[in-house]
Design a binder for this molecule. Structure first.
Ligand SMILES: [Mg+2]
Length: 312
């Protein structure tokens, strides 16, 4: 079974913490100004619990670095804020793998924010600036991953966060922020089946969990797995038929012990077309159990059709 890695990129200001347009880090007392937004801690804890192997990153455009009116907000300061925030989260039991931040502003941004003075050297359409996917690319590279073997999510309070995901074949989720209501309208204009406008941060997290939960199927009769007990339960004349019909299903080499056999979604569909028909002839009480793969303790074998659990 091809299981993809999950990468969750979260925007910082207006998504994880409150952003009152003061450009966190531009003032001396910035540490006291960090406020987690409602649902963020609960939502992140849910993601961590349900997707323990996912990678978590902050991806943040730090336009304030390019603004000369904030002399205290240097790249160094912006990184201090990021590190401080990741530490706060870690103390709450939420470990991030790191952060990426972009110090460049686009010429369009400069036009839209003409009340500020900008550092000329930091004005350009840089690949790192969202909606460009440069920061996500850097993270993938760091972990020797690529977009084909990774389910990428970008969460944020702006339509440009959603667009960032789409620009790297990921899934974009808008987490609406009360100070940026216009972003919901902008995000609605993005027509894609890989975007979602969430009701809240928690809703966004639940959406990811639902999308990433892999289910397995187990067919049993009188409490016994049909595959493990097939030979004992079936009469001799059916064994040949069953063996013919199970040719698509690889028989894994297992040592002595007790196992449970599960089918993947693909395996379940194939089973219903083939073996099920033979099994049904003598085992009318076949029942199907549906379980989450994350609940299985010891997987010792898996392919595209089946998963084998060793019972300890
Ligand atoms: Mg933001």
């Amino acid at each position: 079974m091809k299981r993809k890695r999950v990468l969750i990129c979260l925007d910082r200001d207006g998504t994880i913490i409150d952003d009152n347009h003061y450009f966190l880090g531009s003032q001396k007392n910035w540490k006291n100004k960090i406020r987690f937004l409602p649902g963020v801690i609960l939502g992140l804890k849910l993601l961590k619990k349900k997707l323990p192997n996912a990678l978590f990153y902050i991806t943040t455009n730090q336009s304030g670095i390019a603004i000369l009116d904030f002399p205290l907000l240097t790249e160094k300061r912006a990184n201090e804020v990021n590190k401080y925030l990741l530490n706060l989260l870690k103390r709450k039991g939420i470990r991030f793998n790191g952060y990426e931040s972009c110090r460049y502003v686009s010429p369009d941004y400069v036009k839209e924010n003409s009340e500020y003075n900008f550092d000329e050297n930091l004005i350009r359409n840089d690949p790192c600036r969202k909606p460009n996917p440069g920061m996500v690319k850097t993270i993938l590279k760091k972990h020797k991953l690529d977009k084909r073997n990774t389910n990428i999510y970008v969460l944020g309070d702006r339509a440009s966060d959603v667009q960032t995901a789409l620009n790297i074949s990921g899934f974009g989720i808008l987490t609406p922020f009360k100070r940026k209501p216009e972003e919901v309208k902008k995000a609605k204009k993005i027509k894609s089946n890989h975007s979602y406008i969430s009701k809240s941060f928690i809703d966004a997290c639940e959406f990811i969990v639902k999308r990433e939960t892999i289910y397995l199927y187990r067919f049993t009769t009188n409490g016994e797995g049909v595959f493990s007990a097939g030979k004992r339960l079936l009469p001799k004349e059916l064994i040949f038929e069953v063996n013919e019909r199970r040719k698509w299903l690889i028989k894994p080499n297992l040592f002595k012990g007790n196992y449970k056999f599960y089918l993947t979604e693909k395996g379940m569909k194939q089973y219903k077309k083939t073996l099920y028909l033979s099994h049904k002839k003598y085992l009318p009480n076949i029942k199907m159990e549906k379980v989450e793969i994350s609940g299985i303790k010891l997987i010792i074998y898996e392919d595209e059709y089946q998963v084998v659990e060793k019972l300890v």
